[in-house]
Design a protein around this ligand. Structure first.
Ligand SMILES: C[S@@+](CC[C@H](N)C(=O)[O-])C[C@H]1O[C@@H](n2cnc3c(N)ncnc32)[C@H](O)[C@@H]1O
Length: 273
């Protein structure tokens, strides 16, 4: 895989979003990246400097031109970091060997979303966690626009799909979404604005996000204030939740949360959607 033009433009394309809050989002998410960390699709290395809580980091990157930019930046990582030039599907890694897997703006791009998330699940240690920060399918009119533009977008921005739903894919893999927030990403208005940030783990693992963690992230600005979210979401979604064993600890179940998956997700202080 090699996309030289995209790789050359990537940092410039991201610059205003990073300055407008994306870098802060990365920092907040990756403060929870502990132990042996695997980052899927490191791109040009925007996350590397935020791994101070990790023991070590392995970065996967299959695109040769991205690799050329990423490699010299491994030195920015505060803990030992190594690069594997491979995608998540074929990387030669041992099952159960990572405490944290990180996906930022990459699940939109992997060729087969379910296959990629299934591999991520296998690579996680039993008590491991997946940290994700992704753009997602938008509701309503923007969703229709995303669907219509997707074939064109997919060619213009190599491999990227506008209208994917990473949270549903994570649930389909069998992982439990332990908490997440719907956020406004400071990316191209409308098309890429709908975002999700959160954590997933095995159902048997202790919930990895302690109550109180997500309000810290929420202070970085979710699209609903906690009070508005509570009112809006309890009214709209609580009664329609599936009869599954959804549990909400200090959080707010969103409209459709129970409908998108019958899983027993735990929403710790986050805003389900
Ligand atoms: C939009 S960029 C995001 C880069 C970085 N994660 C970030 O947050 O800035 C998506 C990256 O995923 C990589 N990628 C695409 N398919 C992949 C796969 N199957 N496994 C791992 N990485 C992949 C691309 O080469 C690209 O570098």
């Amino acid at each position: 895989m090699d996309h030289p033009l995209y790789a050359a433009a990537y940092d410039r394309l991201c610059a205003s979003a990073e300055a407008a809050g994306l870098a802060e989002r990365r920092a907040a998410l990756l403060a929870d990246a502990t132990g042996r960390v695997l980052e899927v699709g490191g791109g040009t290395g925007h996350n590397l400097r935020w791994y101070s809580a990790a023991d070590s980091v392995v970065v996967l990157e299959p695109d040769a031109s991205m690799v050329r930019r990423l490699e010299p930046r491994l030195a920015d990582c505060p803990v030992p970091a190594t690069l594997i030039r491979a995608g998540i599907e074929e990387a030669d890694l041992q099952d159960g060997s990572f405490d944290t897997v990180v996906c930022t703006l990459v699940l939109c791009t992997v060729p087969d979303l379910d296959r990629a998330v299934a591999r991520i699940r296998r690579l996680l240690a039993p008590a491991g966690r997946l940290l994700f920060l992704e753009h997602t399918a938008a509701p309503g009119g923007w969703g229709l626009v995303q669907r219509a533009l997707d074939p064109l977008w997919h060619r213009a921005v190599p491999g990227c799909h506008l209208h994917r739903d990473p949270v549903s894919a994570i649930r389909r893999s069998g992982l439990m979404v332990a908490g997440y927030d719907r956020i406004d990403l400071p990316l191209v208005p409308g098309l890429l604005r709908a975002g999700v940030v959160g954590t997933a783990c095995e159902r048997t693992a202790d919930p990895p996000v302690p109550a109180g963690t997500y309000p810290r992230r929420r202070s970085l600005g979710t699209h609903l204030s906690p009070s508005r979210a509570s009112t809006a979401v309890r009214g709209a979604g609580a009664g329609r939740s599936s009869p599954g064993a959804d549990l909400n600890v200090g959080g707010v179940r969103g409209a459709g949360a129970g409908r998108s998956s019958p899983g027993a997700d735990l929403n710790v202080g986050g805003v389900g959607a």
